[in-house]
Ligand binder design. Sequence first.
Ligand SMILES: Cc1cc2nc3c(=O)[nH]c(=O)nc-3n(C[C@H](O)[C@H](O)[C@H](O)COP(=O)(O)O)c2cc1C
Length: 105
Amino acid sequence: MRQAPVVIFVVNEIAASFDKILTMDERVSEICNAQSIGAAIENMTLTATELGLGSLWICDTFFAQKELSEWLNGELYAALAVGYAEEKTCARPRKKPENTIEWRL
Ligand SMILES: Cc1cc2nc3c(=O)[nH]c(=O)nc-3n(C[C@H](O)[C@H](O)[C@H](O)COP(=O)(O)O)c2cc1C
């Protein structure tokens, strides 16, 4: 995060507060919002790549979660560091699908 020229903080302004006990509807809404935010971040990383930029999706923001969320006025969900990458990465070999998917018929 220190090295990147740009860090985008992704914030959920309507997140339920940590100390609130959620109803089932509220819980589903939180789960839904988290998935939407994840999809949005994925789109941001794909667009960065398309533009020739490097990016790093960062979720281990717990070291300053409270301070950052207060500063940003919402619940910090992720930080996305963006910049010109110093090195070119190649795609890692993927696990064979038969080891990762279990088909239940
Ligand atoms: C939800 C999520 C959270 C991540 N959080 C971190 C993080 O906190 N720190 C980090 O160095 N990388 C983080 N990453 C990046 C991953 O470690 C990994 O580099 C990235 O998903 C690319 O995977 P690949 O190299 O297998 O394609 C995160 C990725 C995702 C999808």
